[in-house]
Design a protein around this ligand. Structure first.
Ligand SMILES: [Zn+2]
Length: 71
């Protein structure tokens, strides 16, 4: 199944998918599953999630969110 139907954090839980978050400033990357994302950000679209995420390493904003297709 492709990831194109996954548009919000709630969809991650529904489809058992995960996201990768890349920091453009220090190249830190981490992977979160749907439950972790909802716990962190609540239910929102990925644009809103990107706007709210802050890098745990350098504190920079502007993270890039990539949806990882369900396995
Ligand atoms: Zn960073």
């Amino acid at each position: 199944m492709s990831a194109k139907h996954i548009r919000t954090t709630a969809d991650l839980v529904r489809f058992n998918a995960a996201i990768r978050i890349d920091c453009p400033h220090c190249a830190a990357a981490r992977t979160l599953n749907g439950a972790q994302v909802v716990q962190l950000l609540g239910v929102c679209g990925f644009e809103a999630a990107e706007a709210r995420l802050r890098c745990g390493r350098c504190g920079g904003k502007g993270a890039r969110v990539t949806v990882l297709p369900p396995v």
